[in-house]
Write a protein that binds this ligand. Structure first.
Ligand SMILES: [Zn+2]
Length: 453
């Protein structure tokens, strides 16, 4: 980390592209100096939530999300609050629409994959054709207000007892709520820029969350990171998996779900099974109070897996400073497939943490990281581009049925991912089918070029 920063400073600053990262400071509790002080906010919450929900529904069904849409629902809220609700609803609807579209594309890819296997006769006996289930429009359960300065203003406090004052417009016209904000020491430390020793400039928008425990505030600041852009920086491809969390195209592996994690997971599953059995037994005997099925161990294991992933990603970054990275876009279908292939030890959500961690670490360190298409990255031969399921005789081995290239399966995939960084033709492919025909064209060209019969 330190080395990286020093290097960036020695480069000419004016030619370096900058990237802005928004960092949040969360879990700041709103103080209720005297009882009932936040009552006005409590009154506002359900009204805001209901209005926001109306626009979410509108933007997810009849209209496309538009944060500048003219108000069209009646509300006791001020025009400014109304605008905030529309803006937040548009954001929610937009990401819902994107996620739904991605999931639908995954489903189509999954379906194609299923029919391919069916035609090849390689379908598992228990395999079932994927089914699309239409998504429900999101329902807002908890009050979360993404407010701008027009309705909630954060101002530094002049006296030393508090850090800030939060000025909140309420349902009562021209009546503002003034709430003191006191930061914890670790919040204050986070706010000091280590480079200058100065307090960072806060963004004007804040988020207010209402929980059972009261109101919580999130503030944020922007940090600019200089992006390394040496044109000759080597590209390192990263394959994501379970046997190896990360495999790089230079042949290194980082982290694994085998060994300790797998043992823990097995123990956890056994425990849950025993508990479920016991519940059934007690239920039959008419016992009213049954032992809970929720698994504290399971949650601990998930946390532990995430820590192991973070560790593996950090190590990978540390050993590849100065490189630019490429990683695959993991679709839900691909993750399910990868998890299924390993007997589903690992929940797909855990696997999804890996690309997220790669993206975050790259952003934080100003390292260029490109996400590439993952279609057929594990079946394509990185030498002759031949695509075939049978190139993978088992989980670990890649062995090309045409040119005979043989290597670790994850390494072959990592090399493919590396090669896809500047591959515009592949990036332009609309779906899996298009990727496959492009790769097979390249394979045909390779055969001609190498005088293959
Ligand atoms: Zn080959």
């Amino acid at each position: 980390m330190l080395i990286l920063e020093q290097r960036q400073h020695s480069q000419r600053q004016d030619t370096q592209p900058q990237r802005t990262l928004t960092k949040a400071i969360t879990h700041i509790r709103l103080l209720e100096v005297n009882p009932g002080k936040l009552a006005a906010l409590d009154t506002l919450a359900p009204v805001y939530l209901a209005l926001c929900q109306q626009y979410v529904t509108l933007f997810c069904t009849d209209e496309s999300p538009d944060k500048f849409r003219a108000p069209c629902f009646a509300t006791p809220l001020s025009e400014r609050w109304h605008r905030v609700a529309i803006q937040q609803a548009a954001g929610i609807a937009k990401s819902w629409r994107t996620n739904r579209a991605n999931a639908y594309q995954d489903y189509l890819d999954d379906l194609l994959d299923y029919h391919e296997q069916e035609a090849e006769g390689t379908l598992d006996a228990q395999a079932e054709a994927p089914v699309w289930k239409e998504w429900d429009v999101p329902t807002l359960h908890q009050t979360c207000i993404q407010a701008n300065v027009n309705v909630v203003a954060l101002e530094p406090s002049q006296d030393s007892t508090f850090d800030y004052w939060l000025k909140i417009s309420t349902l009562n016209f021209r009546k503002q709520l003034l709430v003191p904000v006191k930061l914890a020491n670790y919040h204050r430390e986070q706010l000091i820029d280590p480079k200058t020793g100065q307090v960072r400039k806060l963004n004007t928008s804040v988020t207010l969350n209402k929980r059972e425990t009261g109101w919580w505030l999130t503030i944020s600041y922007d940090e600019t990171v200089t992006v390394q852009n040496e044109p000759n920086a080597p590209i390192i491809g990263i394959d994501v998996g379970i046997a190896n969390f990360l495999t790089t195209s230079d042949g290194k592996h980082y982290g694994t779900f085998h060994g300790k994690l797998r043992e823990r997971q097995k123990r956890d599953r056994e425990k849950r099974r025993r508990k479920a059995k016991l519940r059934k037994c007690l239920e039959k005997k008419g016992v009213q109070k049954l032992p809970s099925t929720s698994s504290k161990n399971g949650q601990r294991l998930t946390r532990h897996v995430k820590q192991e992933i973070n560790h593996a990603v950090n190590q990978c970054f540390a050993e590849h400073s100065g490189a630019q990275l490429a990683y695959e876009h993991l679709s839900v279908a691909t993750m399910k497939h990868k998890a299924r292939a390993m007997n589903a030890y690992m929940r797909a959500s855990n696997l999804a943490h890996i690309p997220k961690q790669i993206a975050w670490n790259a952003a934080k360190r100003g390292i260029p990281a490109t996400r590439v298409k993952s279609a057929y990255s594990s079946q394509e031969c990185s030498v002759c581009h031949y695509v075939d399921r049978s190139n993978r005789p088992d989980q670990q081995t890649f062995c090309c049925q045409v040119c005979g290239y043989e290597t670790h399966a994850d390494l072959n995939a990592a090399i493919n991912i590396q090669q896809r960084v500047h591959d515009a033709a592949l990036a332009a492919c609309k779906d899996r089918q298009a990727v496959k025909s492009l790769l097979m064209q390249r394979h045909a060209a390779w055969k001609t070029q190498h005088g293959w019969p």
